[in-house]
Write a protein that binds this ligand. Structure first.
Ligand SMILES: Nc1ncnc2c1ncn2[C@@H]1O[C@H](COP(=O)(O)OP(=O)(O)OP(=O)(O)O)[C@@H](O)[C@H]1O
Ligand SMILES: [Mg+2]
Length: 368
């Protein structure tokens, strides 16, 4: 599955853009602010029915215009599929596949699997634990609807439990029978969330290790571990044993909403010890592990968007990444960079089918 033609109308900085792409490697190079990331965002949009950057669709309309349209022609097992997305403020967003409009966006998401690696993802490494939970939950729930239901249920009950703990005027007035009902429901959904997260981390950890080792040429030792109190005791028991603490703090202190991924390098958190290049390597390895995991689940190679990933990486790591993604277990790839020479030098070295475009004044020009 690959995108072979893209048409943009009034999308961000593009009044109109037409582009053809290779089914394998596509490089877009150009100066800062030319619109490289915006092209990737349009491709992301066609997979997830939303921008990677904003949930406010009006921000995606070219300044001064009234609407935007993104259209893509994809090859699916030799057949062409047309995806259309149009948005005009005040009207409902329209998403079509082969001219037939979707009733629910959820019916479309998953059709075109895609993994984006963006400089903004660095928050996964340096941000709070919520960023890492979001990463795990986003991937699992994409393919496991039961997980999504338990996740939503857990989040709702947790909010209700915290509300009860916080808003009851006096601690002794807190309805403990109600608390027990919440605890039972939290324990049930929490236990399922825990088990699926654990399976997920167990599965991606060796893949992550393999990618990290390749990109860094074995220079650093890293670890990726699921951190949770549910390894010690079932959630129901934890909630029961720690009720006094919850009553005193008026908050739910234990549960899967406290889980984290421990990202280590040489026994230390990479957040503290890692250089920017090492953190970036860690991030890319995690995203490639995500790519492999999703690819296995959906039975096809996701589109891979690599936005600005070579910034901060040395030539050896850049080469290793390009080497990796030009292998057959990867499909269609889009790479952006500010340096045409850097990308071209690596492409010449690794060979393989590719197209290289220069982006200037909102137009893509092939570099031969
Ligand atoms: N709604 C919009 N209307 C018009 N222009 C927009 C809109 N949204 C973003 N832009 C413009 O798009 C440009 C940014 O594009 P983009 O982020 O894709 O650049 P880039 O080539 O990736 O740059 P960099 O190399 O710095 O990452 C900015 O100049 C910004 O003003
Ligand atoms: Mg950019």
């Amino acid at each position: 599955m690959s995108l072979h033609h893209l048409t943009l109308t009034n999308f961000k900085n593009y009044q109109s853009l037409e582009a053809d792409f290779s089914t394998r490697i596509n490089c877009i190079t150009g100066d800062n602010g030319e619109g490289k990331t915006n092209i990737l965002d349009a491709i992301y949009y066609m997979s997830f029915c939303k921008s990677f950057f904003t949930s406010l669709d009006s921000q995606n309309i070219r300044h001064g215009e009234q609407f935007f349209i993104i259209q893509g022609q994809y090859y699916f097992d030799g057949q062409t599929e047309e995806i259309y997305c149009g948005f005009e403020p005040g009207k409902r967003k329209r998403f079509k596949r082969n001219k037939k409009e979707y009733e629910r966006f959820a019916d479309h998401i998953g059709l075109i699997p895609l993994v984006m690696v963006s400089p903004y993802d660095i928050n996964l490494i340096i941000g709070g634990s919520d960023e890492r939970r979001k990463f795990i939950d986003g991937i699992i729930s994409q393919f496991d609807k039961e997980y999504l239901l338990h996740y939503q249920r857990y989040t709702k009950i947790l909010a209700q439990r915290n509300h009860l703990l916080k808003e009851t005027p006096q601690t002794w007035q807190i309805d403990e029978d109600m608390l027990q009902i919440y605890d039972d429901q939290l324990a049930e959904s929490g236990q399922i969330i825990y088990q699926r997260r654990k399976n997920f981390v167990t599965e991606i950890e060796p893949i992550f290790q393999r990618y990290f080792e390749t990109i860094s040429r074995g220079k650093e030792k890293v670890s990726l571990e699921y951190q949770t109190t549910l390894d010690e005791k079932p959630l129901g028991q934890q909630l029961k044993e720690n009720r006094a603490i919850d009553l005193a703090t008026r908050y739910t202190n234990f549960g899967v909403h406290k889980d984290d991924l421990e990202l280590g390098m040489s026994g230390q958190p990479i957040k503290r010890l890692g250089s920017q290049g090492q953190q970036k390597t860690y991030l890319v390895a995690m995203k490639l592990a995500q790519f492999e995991y999703i690819g296995k689940l959906c039975g096809q190679k996701p589109i891979l968007l690599l936005d600005d990933i070579f910034d901060k990486l040395d030539q050896s790591r850049v080469e290793q990444i390009v080497n990796l993604v030009t292998q057959n277990n990867f499909g269609q790839i889009f790479i952006t960079d500010t340096s045409a020479d850097r990308i071209q030098a690596v492409l010449d070295k690794v060979g393989g089918e590719h197209r290289h475009y220069n982006l200037k004044d909102n137009a893509l020009t092939p570099i031969i």
